[in-house]
Design a protein around this ligand. Structure first.
Ligand code: URA
Length: 200
């Protein structure tokens, strides 16, 4: 008989393979091919495919484009420090962006770029099956909840069709001293939310 550890490892490998297929399908379908033309590579997502928490940002920047990994620049360093404060690391989360290629000169992703990328993000969510989806910034939140304003709902749990979401300000917003405490306080809500979701 297979050990529990082996079954878990096989499940993780299956999820990794399924996530790789999503990235391959996105590339094959030419999603945001306009962006792809000016980038080094796709930044599909990274972390633990078995994670309970999935973070969704906006789009890769220059550092992410260079390394092929999400949130590896200044905003990512701040994110890592906030994760460490609540006892988590990148191995405990799955992290991706709505748009998988860097927009030129870090402009905001356009509505059509978000719309064409969204079905692939939804497939990623379906594979990881996180207990909690954390939106990093208004762009990712508005892709799911267009009517909400980040200034009004940041730090408040949203439940929709059996899925829990937590909208947060983007980490780059927290790098400004006057916003920092709000961003830190919101982030510290995560452990209690996860505890509550896993006890239900
Ligand atoms: N900002 C984002 O929204 N995503 C990244 O991957 C990096 C910075």
């Amino acid at each position: 008989m297979k050990s529990k550890d082996l079954v878990q490892l096989e499940g993780k490998l299956d999820k990794s393979a399924e996530l790789a297929k999503v990235a391959a399908d996105l590339e094959r379908a030419g999603v945001t091919a306009n962006l792809r033309a000016t980038t080094t590579q796709m930044v599909p997502g990274a972390g633990n495919p078995d994670a309970q928490i999935m973070f969704i940002g906006e789009a890769p920047g220059a550092n992410e484009d260079h390394l092929g990994q999400p949130f590896v620049g200044a905003a990512g360093k701040f994110l890592d420090s906030m994760l460490a404060e609540i006892g988590l690391s990148r191995d405990d989360i799955y992290i991706t962006n709505i748009v998988k290629y860097r927009p030129p000169a870090n402009r905001d992703p356009r509505p059509e770029e978000i719309a064409s990328s969204l079905p692939y993000l939804k497939r990623q969510i379906g594979i990881v099956q996180p207990k909690l989806i954390v939106f990093l910034g208004r762009h990712s939140m508005n892709a799911f909840f267009p009517e909400l304003k980040i200034g009004e709902v940041h730090g408040q749990i949203i439940k929709d069709a059996g899925q829990a979401y937590l909208p947060l300000y983007h980490p780059s917003f927290g790098r400004y001293p006057r916003n920092r405490q709000t961003v830190l306080d919101d982030f510290k809500l995560i452990p209690a939310i996860i505890k509550k979701l896993t006890n239900n």
